[in-house]
Design a protein around this ligand. Structure first.
Ligand code: KG4
Ligand code: ZN
Length: 351
């Protein structure tokens, strides 16, 4: 049976880091299932993701997760229109597990394979809950990425700013580790900052006046230096005040740059996405700023902010609509370019 575009059933697989996930998405919008198996408990023992262990854990559960996704969706493999897999960025061994599984299914079922960009997935997680209007700006804040992405039209990604060192989530996790919180530390810093009565004053890294790039390594060093100083002076450390000082600096800079870019490019919507979009302080400040400027703000629910396969299915649908499929020798690409993954060439310009 031939399916039309809005009824396309895409089985999506995501294994780029420490979540094994499979989902079935109808028409790029409707989530029929979205199974996520997290390895966090395993990696917590090591204080961070251990790539080799991540790959092995994906191998252990991937078949089961795919079967569960199909079962929960009530979909037979023969009903699928295409298989989507995360091609990159991510850990190469982890990506390979998803790619090989997806490739085998596509081959056995004789249906198209769509190699998908992980960050396009984070951005298009928004399409699963809202109507995206163009031009829009996406503020991508995850464990591995911090980017401002301009979408003048559907599926065309122009990066106007990116981090020059740590990603926001990475900075959160490193600061959390120095404060002795368990991995991943972002949510702990967020919660502790919310409880603080005062904030330690920390620097804001604005870079050049017209730059939309980010840098968090100086801020991270400032936190570590405050911890060392209190240790050397034998003074008690005010952890909540330090967590709040760190969080306020991050929020001032990322929201400040996002709002300036939104004005400069005259966008119709601001999209917040990636694991750090779960941060309560960031959500609250961005909501306030967008309300003041009457700019619609889209934020996916928490379950679609962290890594999941539903978002990969939503992004893959862009390629499905264009008939842009991959060969069955698809390679994992840990450094896959978001702009190059666009459905058509990105116009030159910008910063
Ligand atoms: O997008 P994601 O699930 O994985 C990547 O693709 O990187 O993001 C995970 C990151 C981790 O660094 C985690 O600490 C951070 O998101 N995170 C948070 C919060 N919840 C998750 N960071 C700050 N505040 C939070 N509430
Ligand atoms: Zn991610």
């Amino acid at each position: 049976m031939k399916v039309d575009e809005s009824a396309a059933l895409i089985l999506a697989i995501e294994t780029s880091c420490d979540e094994t996930s499979a989902a079935v998405i109808r028409g790029g919008k409707e989530i029929l299932s979205n199974i996520v198996s997290s390895q966090i408990e395993t990696h917590r023992l090591f204080g961070g993701v251990v790539p080799e262990i991540a790959s092995r854990k994906h191998v252990e559960v991937i078949t089961l997760i795919i079967e569960q996704a199909l079962q929960e969706a009530g979909v037979q493999p023969r009903d699928l229109s295409a298989v989507a897999v995360t091609q990159g960025p991510g850990l190469v061994g982890a990506l390979l597990v998803g790619i090989v599984s997806g490739m085998s299914l596509a081959m056995a079922l004789n249906i198209p394979l769509i190699g998908t960009h992980h960050i396009a997935g984070h951005i298009y997680a928004n399409a699963l809950v809202n109507e995206i209007q163009y031009p829009c700006l996406a503020l991508v804040v995850s464990g591995g990425h911090t980017e401002l992405v301009l979408l003048e039209e559907e599926g065309v990604f122009r990066i106007i700013g990116r981090t020059r060192d740590d990603a926001v989530g990475e900075a959160y996790d490193k600061v959390a580790r120095a404060l002795h919180f368990p991995y991943p530390g972002g949510p702990h810093v967020d919660r502790t900052a919310a409880e603080a009565e005062t904030a330690v004053q920390l620097p804001r890294s604005w870079l050049e006046p017209d730059s939309y790039d980010f840098s968090f390594s100086g801020l991270k060093s400032a936190v570590l230096s405050a911890i060392n100083q209190s240790r050397m002076k034998n003074q008690p450390l005010d952890v909540p005040a330090l967590a709040r000082g760190f969080q306020e600096s991050v929020i001032d800079v990322v929201t400040g740059k996002a709002m300036r870019a939104a004005r400069q490019y005259g966008v119709r919507q601001l999209l917040l996405c990636g694991g750090v979009a779960a941060n309560r302080g960031l959500r609250a400040r961005l909501t306030e700023l967008c309300e003041a400027e009457r700019l619609p703000l889209l934020i996916p629910p928490h379950s679609l902010c962290t890594d999941n396969a539903a978002m990969i299915g939503a992004a893959a649908h862009l390629k499905w609509k264009q008939g842009q499929f991959d060969e069955l020798d698809l390679k994992a690409d840990p450094g896959l370019s978001l702009e190059a993954w666009s459905v058509k060439p990105v116009p030159a310009g910008g910063n």
